[in-house]
Design a protein around this ligand. Structure first.
Ligand code: PMP
Length: 317
């Protein structure tokens, strides 16, 4: 029997953020971040950035939170705003999964569309709106608080969970804001200076590696620019890997069928990239990644049609 995770009574859903399981899957370790309330890893930084802003006096009762997002941070901030009683304005591009829009609206947020697919135009608009009195823009793509949560909370959780006192040899993560890669990467470097950090981006939109901005299907990463967090910390990263959208989607479907993990495309891409690192560098035994958002957000796009019967062994790529 596993120990019971929650004991006693919580006063809010925000208490259920974090402490997600670490799963060993196909030879790599994956933090199951899609199990967070609001369905993604972004619940962590949403609560953290809002509570830090409250402590700093930058956010007061009755204020409006405004943020640019490709969706998951919008969903997470909308949840936090609902719990804490703030007005929430999500600024996002068109062309992303309709579930992301619906979830923010379900939490009572207003959704403002700006630009198409990439987040650049939404970013400018959110910044502008954030300068109005009574408005606060967390600026996830720039925020040191984003990095801080990942270093001090998520990174420490993973270090505690790795079995038999093992230290991480490698971290493989896609770059949306870069907060997870940089923050968790800093936590890992502090205990193992030789840990290898791999950034992952879609091969159709290899912005960090090739300066190329293209459309792709790995929602949540490669948003159309290299974010400030990544630029400031690029020296930490050892290598940038690419995964194609088609391979990411196939790997995402495989996660559901072979392991019962209903996650989004970035999780599929993370599994594939982490396994490639594990295979390429035999000396890197403990490779860590994360499954960042739930597959429910992509039901209409990828799962609603009957799929061909699953055949073959539970291994992919
Ligand atoms: N995967 C998904 C599904 C995401 O929504 C995000 C964040 N936008 C990431 C990966 C990347 O996380 P980060 O912003 O910390 O780079």
């Amino acid at each position: 029997m596993q120990p019971v995770r929650y004991q006693g009574v919580s006063s809010s859903i925000l208490d259920a953020i974090g402490d997600t399981p670490l799963l060993e899957v196909e030879g790599v370790f994956a933090k199951l971040e899609f199990l967070n309330p609001s369905g993604s890893i972004k619940a962590r930084i949403a609560r953290y950035m809002i509570e830090r802003a409250e402590q700093a006096g930058m956010l007061r009762p009755g204020d409006t939170i405004v943020e640019a997002t490709s969706g998951n941070t919008g969903n997470a901030l909308a949840m936090v705003a609902a719990v804490k009683g703030y007005r929430m304005l999500v600024v996002m591009p068109e062309g992303l999964s309709s579930e992301r829009v619906a979830i923010s609206r379900a939490f009572g947020a207003e959704v403002l569309f700006c630009g198409n697919f990439h987040v650049n135009a939404a970013l400018d608009r959110a910044r502008e709106l954030g300068r109005q009195p009574g408005h606060f823009c967390p600026s996830q793509f720039e925020s040191e608080w984003n990095i801080e949560e990942n270093r001090q909370v998520l990174g420490q959780e993973i270090l505690r969970q790795l079995p038999d006192g093992r230290l991480p040899d490698a971290l493989v993560l896609g770059v949306g804001t870069g907060g997870t890669l940089v923050g968790v990467g800093q936590a890992f470097r502090a205990v193992n200076p030789r840990v290898r950090l791999f950034a992952m981006e879609p091969s159709e939109s290899s912005t960090i590696l090739c300066g190329e901005i293209g459309t792709h299907d790995i929602e949540g990463i490669s948003d159309g620019f290299v974010p400030g967090i990544f630029q400031r910390n690029a020296g930490l990263v050892d290598e940038v890997l690419t995964v194609s959208s088609d391979d990411a989607i196939a790997s995402m479907r495989h996660l559901a069928r072979a392991h019962g993990l209903l996650c989004g495309p970035s999780s599929g891409a993370h599994l594939l990239a982490a396994k490639r690192v594990r295979e390429r560098f035999k000396e890197l035994a403990t490779v860590v990644t994360a499954f960042c958002d739930e597959g429910e957000k992509y039901l209409h796009e990828y799962f609603i049609q009957p799929q061909p019967a699953a055949v073959g062994p539970a291994h992919f790529g």
